[in-house]
Ligand binder design. Structure first.
Ligand code: DQA
Length: 146
């Protein structure tokens, strides 16, 4: 698998969840768009969503075994809480982009800190679902240079 897209807790409810913040696009729409975008550039794309911290960690460990070359992750609220997911990224050493639909810096104070950002290649926050598309565009460009 070339690219793994991970979405964390509550992102399975996109489309109905606080639409004034997160919009009307569903996670299924986002995932389908990313698979098409990646495939049109010759990349294989896997998607994964979980509401459980340990399952995300297990999926990261599996990514090292299945040859995943890049990860696009919206860690949801685990962004602000999870030393364990940070440690998993450090352990597997797969480059990743951190995506947030909303601008976390324009919201509550506790959303301004991420346990992942300093390990990420880059962070996209506040561009709505386009943040995922931008991250995939980056991956396509990056791989074209390898
Ligand atoms: C989010 C921002 C997080 O603070 C929040 O907990 C989420 C979604 C976003 O995509 O804007 O669940 O990651």
């Amino acid at each position: 698998m070339d690219v793994l897209v991970i979405n964390g807790p509550n992102l399975n409810t996109l489309g109905t969840r606080e639409p004034e913040i997160y919009g009307a696009t569903t996670l299924a729409d986002i995932e389908a768009g990313l698979v098409t975008q990646g495939q049109s550039a010759g990349l294989s794309v896997a998607t994964f969503q979980s509401n459980h911290e340990g399952e995300i960690i297990d999926r990261l460990h599996a990514a090292r075994e299945d040859g995943t070359r890049f990860i696009i992750i919206n860690p949801g609220a685990f962004t602000h809480t999870s030393v364990a997911i940070r440690d998993a990224f450090a352990a597997v050493a797969i480059p990743f982009a951190e995506v947030h639909i909303s601008n976390v810096h324009a919201r509550e104070e506790f959303r301004k800190h991420s346990y992942l950002s300093d390990l990420a290649v880059g962070v996209l926050t506040g561009f709505g679902p386009d943040g995922y598309t931008m991250a995939m565009s980056y991956v396509i460009e990056r791989f074209s240079k390898e």
